[in-house]
Design a binder for this molecule. Structure first.
Ligand code: MG
Length: 367
């Protein structure tokens, strides 16, 4: 089997809540998602998606994804998409870095491998653990009262895990954490994610002021070293996200005792192949994971479900159903949230069928 054509689609994904806001005043109202279709010489198509969280969250942006796929197209045409090791090596040889560009391509290769073998990506990744995957809900940064109200509203959707977007003014963030901790009920989990937004002194003020609350602190500062300083000044459980961008960072963090949980985003590490490597290493290290991506629609939500559902429950901290945050459905067959949980499809590959009317005409085609 060979890749005979690569089609690239651009899809806008507006938010149900209108706006998603996080640290340092950053926000997105319409996500710029890229879908890649790998067409093979025997008539199959595999699909992948990449959707950066705006251009200022990680070093990634929508037009960059599309330009990068174009850059890789000549390398990919004629290659066997089911040979995931060689495909990833070829992409790394042709384009240094740019993991998010490679993520959608690698995802489409997994979709094709599943279609060829008749197995779901979840089964190819080791098989299902448990009936379903527990989801968390990100609570966009708003005034304190609104964030507490939004937690209460999302609790009605069945969510039991909430990730507060902090990383703003430390005094306001202390109020936000207390206000939500006050209304938590038995069994619910609270994370305060600063998304690199605090200076070290800000972060230390916050962790000291909430030291007696049941809350995880996620990625307080931009640099790993600053996060480690904060980590050593608090007894609260600690999550690293933006700094854990590959196996080297994971091993360093593990050796330093820098975190209790990591956030594993598929496109941050270059696709499902690399995410699975990191997932498997975390299983060996007994390190829990939130499994997700930077953002996405139905195709990314399906990919998250396959990776998360094939991860032991004991080490599955949470996952994300991005397709319930946005107003546009770019594929059918993706998981839909039921009582705060989702399941990976048993259908071959990712188990999704793209909605070609939503994808529209390709913005680029390489043959
Ligand atoms: Mg995070």
């Amino acid at each position: 089997m060979k890749i005979s054509a690569i089609r690239v689609y651009q899809v806008d994904l507006p938010l149900v809540e209108g706006r998603y806001s996080w640290s340092e005043g950053k926000y997105v109202e319409v996500f710029d998602s890229t879908v890649v279709e790998l067409v093979t010489d025997d008539g199959l198509s595999g699909y992948g998606e990449v959707c950066p969280l705006g251009p200022f969250y990680l070093p990634a942006f929508g037009p960059g994804a599309r330009a990068g796929i174009g850059e890789l197209s000549a390398t990919l045409l004629g290659q066997d998409p089911t040979a995931l090791g060689p495909i990833n090596q070829l992409m790394d040889m042709a384009l240094l870095g740019h993991p998010y560009v490679k993520s959608a391509i690698d995802m489409a290769c997994w979709d094709l491998l599943g279609k060829v073998t008749g197995k779901s990506v979840c089964d190819l990744m080791g098989g299902k653990f448990g009936d379903s995957v527990t989801l968390y809900r990100a609570i966009s940064q708003r005034p304190t009262d609104e964030m507490a109200e939004n937690v209460a509203a999302h609790r009605k959707d069945g969510y039991t895990r909430f990730q507060l977007k902090v990383g703003g003014n430390p005094g306001d963030d202390i109020d936000r954490i207390h206000a939500v901790a006050d209304i938590l009920t038995e069994g619910e989990v609270l994370v305060a994610d600063a998304n690199t937004g605090w200076r070290v002194d800000d972060a230390i003020r916050v962790v000291n002021a909430v030291r007696d609350r049941d809350v995880y602190i996620e990625q307080p500062c931009r640099s790993y070293e600053h996060c480690l300083t904060v980590r050593r000044r608090t007894s609260l459980p600690f999550i690293l996200d933006e700094n854990i961008d590959g196996i080297d960072a994971l091993l360093r963090g593990h050796a330093d005792g820098a975190m209790d949980v990591i956030n594993l985003k598929i496109s941050k590490v270059g696709g499902l192949t690399r995410a699975r490597q990191i997932r498997d290493l975390c299983v060996t290290l007994n390190l829990p994971m939130t499994i997700e991506d930077s953002w996405g629609g139905d195709i990314i939500t399906a990919a998250i479900a396959h990776l998360a559902h094939s991860t032991p429950e004991w080490l599955r901290f949470s996952a994300t159903d991005f397709n319930s945050y946005v107003t546009v459905r770019n594929a059918s067959g993706a998981p839909t949230r039921t009582a705060g949980h989702m399941k990976a499809s048993d259908e071959p590959g990712l188990g999704i069928t793209p909605d070609m009317a939503v994808l529209g005409k390709p913005v680029a085609e390489y043959t």
